[in-house]
Ligand binder design. Structure first.
Ligand SMILES: Nc1ncnc2c1ncn2[C@@H]1O[C@H](COP(=O)(O)OP(=O)(O)OP(=O)(O)O)[C@@H](O)[C@H]1O
Length: 260
C-alpha cells in the first residue's frame, strides 16, 4: 500500500534521506524510530507531498505521490503531533466541516458511528474542541480517518504527552484501523508503543534505514537493544534485517497488545 524506493532528500548540503526503501502493506503498522534529526518527519513530509524528493519513488495504493499528489492525498489521513482542529467547534461540527472540505458526503449516523468506534465518550461530543485533551483530539482525527475510509494513516509522534491509559486506548484504536485494512506508518520515540503495535519496526539514522525488524516474537528488551545499538554514535552503521526466516516486508503476525 505504501511503497518507498531509494528515496533521497537533501536540504542544502545536508543529506536528510539517503536511499530509503520500505513497504507497508494494507492491514499493517510500521513504526519508524530514530534519534532527533534521523529523517523520520522528512519521510512523512515527502509522502504528504509537502516537499519534493531529489530522487526515488513513493507510491500509495499504486499511485505516485509525485505524479498524482491529488489522488494520493485522497487516500490518506495525516495526524500531526498536535492535531489541529477548529477549536470553537465541537466534535460533530468538526467532522461535518472536515468531511465537507474533503468533498466527502457523510450522514450524521456515520459521524456518530465513527466517534463511537474511537471510544470518545458521548458526553464530550458537543463540547468545544478547546476543552479537549490531546487523546480526545486524536480520537476526532481518527474518526475522520474512519469516515474517509482512509487507506493510509500517517502518524507523527501520536503518543508523546499521552498518559499510559490514553496510550493503551490509542494502541487499541490503531489496531482496529489496521484490522479494517489500513496501512499505517507511525513516527515515534515510544519503543513500548512501537513494540505493542507494529508489524515492522524501522530504525533510522542519518537518513538511512539501519534496521528493519520483523516484530514477530521480538521482545521489548531485544527491541531496546537493537535501537540503542543502531543509534549509538560509535556504531559502525551496518544494516540489520531481523526476519531471517520470513519475508522482511510482510511479517505475518505480531505480539498481541496484552502480551507486550
Ligand atoms: N525544511 C528543512 N530545511 C532544512 N533542513 C531540514 C528541513 N527539514 C528537516 N531538515 C533537516 O533534516 C534532518 C532530518 O530532519 P527530520 O525532521 O526529518 O528528523 P526527525 O527524525 O523527524 O527528528 P525528530 O525526532 O527531532 O522529529 C535534520 O537534520 C533537520 O535539521
Amino acid at each position: 500500500m505504501i511503497e518507498i524506493k531509494n528515496l533521497t532528500k537533501r536540504f542544502g548540503s545536508h543529506q536528510a534521506l539517503d536511499s530509503l526503501s520500505f513497504n507497508v502493506p494494507a492491514g499493517q503498522v510500521m513504526c519508524l524510530l530514530g534519534a532527533n534529526g534521523a529523517g523520520k518527519s522528512t519521510t512523512l513530509n515527502l509522502l504528504l507531498n509537502f516537499i519534493e524528493p531529489d530522487s526515488g519513488e513513493m507510491t500509495i495504493d499504486g499511485d505516485s505521490v509525485v505524479i498524482s499528489p491529488e489522488k494520493t492525498k485522497q487516500k490518506l489521513v495525516y495526524l500531526p503531533e498536535q492535531v489541529n482542529l477548529y477549536e470553537e467547534f465541537n466534535a460533530l461540527e468538526n467532522l461535518v466541516y472536515l468531511a465537507k472540505l474533503s468533498g466527502h458526503v457523510t450522514s450524521n449516523a456515520e459521524i456518530e458511528q465513527a466517534l463511537t468506534d474511537t471510544g470518545l465518550q458521548k458526553s464530550a461530543w458537543l463540547q468545544p474542541l478547546s476543552s479537549y485533551s490531546k487523546g480526545m483530539r486524536q480520537k476526532v482525527g481518527i474518526a475522520f480517518a474512519l469516515l474517509r475510509g482512509a487507506k493510509v494513516l500517517l502518524l507523527d509522534e501520536p503518543t508523546s504527552g499521552l498518559d499510559p491509559s490514553a496510550t493503551l486506548e490509542f494502541i487499541r484504536i490503531i489496531e482496529k484501523l489496521a484490522q479494517r485494512g489500513a496501512a499505517i506508518l507511525m513516527v515515534t520515540h515510544d519503543l513500548y508503543c512501537a513494540h505493542c503495535l507494529a508489524h515492522q519496526i524501522g530504525i533510522m539514522k542519518q537518513g538511512q534505514l539501519k534496521a528493519l525488524l520483523n516484530n514477530n516474537n521480538l521482545s521489548l528488551e531485544a527491541l531496546e537493544k537493537e535501537y540503542h545499538q543502531h543509534i549509538s554514535d560509535n556504531n559502525e552503521l551496518t544494516k540489520t534485517t531481523i526476519s531471517d526466516t520470513t519475508s522482511n516486508t510482510t511479517p505475518s503476525s505480531k505480539p498481541a497488545t496484552q502480551n507486550a
